[in-house]
Design a protein around this ligand. Structure first.
Ligand code: AMP
Ligand code: ZN
Length: 463
């Protein structure tokens, strides 16, 4: 059974296919917009990254491990990252490294597979500049008096196909053009044109790069980074592009315009957007200040796996309201899964009904149905159930089978990730690695107490 997934461009559920299944060197090209690294990602962001992780897992199951290339970028230069660096009087690279490291630790604790490539915007300035120059040469972009470069939206007939925003936003754009200019609309030929290159301003501090020919030194706009990085690492046409629903407009609409005008080829064959996590009916966001991070939840004693489970319990195309009750329910569901899993004998007996779990995920990522199918098997008991088939279903969901519910005393995600790694090493009887990881934990101020079925973390008393 093929993977079927909603496509935001055609507004229909479509099969995910490799472009040329007969070509053995052909891979499925998957691009997923990554985080802006200026603060910890919140659990709303992680809802989106977990959905993407499940897509990646399904692609691996469907096409094979080496037939998928997953790229997820890091936005390490933009208004927010620069502002944060200025507020903290630190170099931009120091701020973005801190939050990139934290993002990686959180991803590991949530059992997300690493993308194959994780390009950064600052590491791809030359590629972005080249693309901007090409857009200028082809008449799709123009320079303004201050040396910035804008994309000319009216030069691309396909603009608005993804978001159907043309009528709404373009009329707003022309309305803006006739009014006293806002700062942002300053010097744009049309209010809906967007920045490809931003000329340096004093508040950018030391953060500037040589610009496209004729333009001033400065930095790239946000949208061009994804166009340039996906082109470099995946080619002109990719198979699937994803992100949270807020990225659909303007970010993805602008990516399409830039890439298709520059490359003269379709940018992405499939678009997928997952819905937001809400708190009390409002979108969880940094600007509303209503957010939780993974560390906020582990400090309350919840495990990262419980968050993974809770975030997967809603359909990715429906908004999900975050509640602590759902985390409690997730902890108890995981405990049930763990004892079921432990009672399986191993071997590769019949897959039984576990295929239904993967089938539900392949059916437009119906995660609630997948978890439902899992639990109906659990309810029937472990007799005659194949461990291999169970492991495959758990792999698709990304739930760690050796998960143990355990009280955490304020352990941050990087400590939990280390402890999980050490636990896995110990289970695999790799004692040298386990000892080395224990030393790392001790140095970080944590004791790991091993039990029969799992471990506990305790902060070491200060001497
Ligand atoms: P950012 O770091 O702001 O670029 O966002 C990273 C990802 O998180 C993007 O794909 C956003 O669409 C997504 N996102 C932001 N807020 C939420 C939310 N409340 N629920 C789900 N996804 C979100
Ligand atoms: Zn992007």
């Amino acid at each position: 059974m093929a993977i079927r997934l909603y496509d935001s461009l055609t507004r229909s559920v479509k099969e995910l296919r490799r472009p040329d299944p007969n070509d053995p060197s052909d891979v499925f090209r998957f691009y997923n917009c990554g985080p802006t690294v200026y603060a910890p990602a919140h659990i709303g962001n992680f809802r989106t990254f977990l959905v993407n992780d499940v897509i990646r897992r399904l692609l691996v199951l469907e096409f094979g491990k080496d037939k998928v290339t997953h790229v997820r970028n890091l936005t390490d230069v933009d208004d927010k990252t620069i502002r944060r660096a200025r507020e903290e009087s630190r170099p931009l690279a120091a701020v973005t490294k801190q939050w990139t490291d934290k993002f990686h630790a959180d991803c590991r604790a949530l059992n997300c597979l690493d993308p194959h490539l994780e390009p950064t915007a600052t590491g791809h300035i030359a590629e972005q500049v080249k693309m901007i120059e090409e857009l200028m040469q082809k008449g799709h972009a123009y320079r303004t008096a201050d040396g910035s470069v804008y994309f000319k939206v009216s030069s691309f007939g396909g603009y608005g196909a993804l978001s159907r925003v043309k009528e709404r936003e373009l009329s707003l754009g022309s309305a803006l053009a006739g009014k006293p200019q806002t700062v942002d609309a300053d010097e744009k030929e049309d209010g809906s044109d967007f920045a490809l290159w931003k000329a340096w301003k004093p508040e950018d501090g030391p953060n500037k790069w040589p610009g496209p020919a004729d333009a001033a030194p400065g930095r790239p706009g946000w949208h061009i980074e994804c166009s340039a990085m996906s082109k470099k690492h995946l080619g002109d046409t990719i198979d699937l592009h994803t992100g949270g629903v807020d990225l659909l407009f303007p970010h993805h609409e602008n990516e399409i315009a830039q890439s298709e005008c520059c490359n003269g080829a379709q940018f992405s064959r499939h678009w997928y957007h997952s819905e937001h996590l809400l708190v009390d009916g409002k979108k969880m966001s940094k600007s509303l200040g209503n957010l939780y991070t993974l560390d906020d939840l582990t400090a309350k004693g919840f495990s990262p796996m419980a968050l993974r489970y809770a975030l997967l319990s809603g359909h990715p195309r429906k908004q999900l309201n975050f509640t602590f009750d759902s985390l409690h329910a997730a902890e108890s569901a995981l405990t049930t899964i763990h004892s079921f899993w432990q009672s399986l004998r191993g071997g590769n007996g019949p897959a039984g009904h576990f295929d239904e779990v993967v089938a539900a995920l392949k059916d437009d990522l119906n995660a609630p149905a997948a978890l439902g199918a899992f639990f109906s098997i659990v309810k029937r008991g472990p007799h005659g159930v194949s461990k291999e088939a169970c492991d495959k279903a758990l792999f698709a969901l990304g739930l760690k089978p050796d998960f143990v519910a355990r009280p955490q005393k304020d352990a941050p995600s990087e400590i939990i990730a280390l402890a999980d790694k050490r636990w896995a090493a110990k289970q695999a009887k790799d004692f040298a690695t386990a000892d080395a990881l224990r030393k790392e934990l001790t140095a970080a101020g944590w004791a790991m107490l091993d039990g029969k079925d799992g471990y506990k973390l305790e902060p070491l008393k200060k001497a």
